[in-house]
Design a protein around this ligand. Structure first.
Ligand SMILES: C[S@@+](CC[C@H](N)C(=O)[O-])C[C@H]1O[C@@H](n2cnc3c(N)ncnc32)[C@H](O)[C@@H]1O
Length: 272
């Protein structure tokens, strides 16, 4: 989370920012940490900003349509998404991450109306019970699910789909090739993190639960603003497009779900 925070701060400090997250810049100045260890070069910084911007765009679209909703920002780290999107007070926003991360967040961020932070592992099913289930939900998970087990992701998704009347899930995912090649991903390695969940076919989630529909997806190579990556990256992207598994190594995905007319089923139901 410190690597991605640093990336957003560097983007904000650049002459022509993509995300323009001034809060990230402010936080990095306030945290006593050797951010240099991530060796965050411009390609990576730009990539993080592009990904965050696309998720912000999708989230803003949802919030423009649905005003009385709950937002679950999972694996929020030190991301200031709530301040970037600045939702109206009709939106209940929950930032969720491990307890030690939430403890740091509480020290760094000001309080806000209708904003709660929950310190828990997202794979501990009990935390969801704290969220009122009466409203549609928007779930944003950036840089999180690839670090969970497939079973962890599946139960999380089923728990959410079983609890709320309707909603959208948006997240980034990596495929099996990206998991196999992760030793070349320096910031992930420097953070001591490991990719464990690979999603090769985005339609897998529809098979996990028939209430889920895939409604959007972009590969990392097709995100708006990739033309702003440094020249070396743009050349690499051209080459990666020729190899389907490389072209789909990283994606941003968007799903919708709603309950069937007869009412809500128990999380997960009996379908696999
Ligand atoms: C790569 S960071 C991304 C943070 C933030 N979304 C961002 O883009 O800056 C991954 C985050 O997921 C959190 N995380 C990983 N596994 C988790 C789990 N099982 N439950 C809750 N949070 C988790 C980490 O603590 C970390 O903050």
């Amino acid at each position: 989370m410190l690597a991605t925070l640093h990336a957003r701060a560097k983007d904000s400090m650049s002459a022509d920012p993509i995300l323009g997250d001034r809060m990230a810049e402010d936080l990095v100045a306030r945290i006593d940490y050797d951010f240099g260890r991530f060796r965050m070069h411009r390609g990576w910084t730009t990539g993080v900003a592009i990904r965050a911007r696309q998720l912000d765009t999708w989230a803003a679209e949802f919030l423009a349509r649905e005003r009385a909703v709950s937002v679950l920002h999972l694996g929020c780290g030190l991301d200031s998404r709530i301040f970037r999107l600045d939702p109206p007070s009709t939106v209940r926003w929950y930032d969720v991450d491990y307890p030690d991360v939430i403890a740091v967040r509480r020290r760094l961020y000001p309080d806000r109306e209708n904003h709660r932070m929950i310190g828990t592992s997202v794979t501990d099913a009990r935390w969801l019970e704290q969220i009122p289930s009466d409203r549609p939900v928007l779930v944003v998970a950036e840089g999180l699910l690839m670090y969970l087990s497939e079973e962890g992701v599946r139960s999380l998704v089923r728990g959410i789909v079983g609890r709320f009347p309707s909603g959208q899930l948006m997240f980034d995912a990596v495929n099996g090739l990206a998991v196999r090649l992760q030793r070349f991903n320096h910031p992930v390695r420097a953070a001591g993190a490991t990719f464990t969940w690979a999603l090769d076919d985005p339609r897998d989630l529809e098979r996990w639960d028939p209430r889920i529909r895939l409604v959007g997806g972009l590969t990392a190579l097709d995100l708006p603003c990739v033309e702003r990556l440094p020249a070396g990256y743009r050349i690499a992207i051209r080459a990666m497009r020729l190899i389907p598994a490389l072209a789909r190594a990283g994606r941003l995905l968007r799903y919708e779900f709603s309950q069937p007319r007869e009412g809500r089923r128990a999380p997960g139901g009996d379908r696999t």
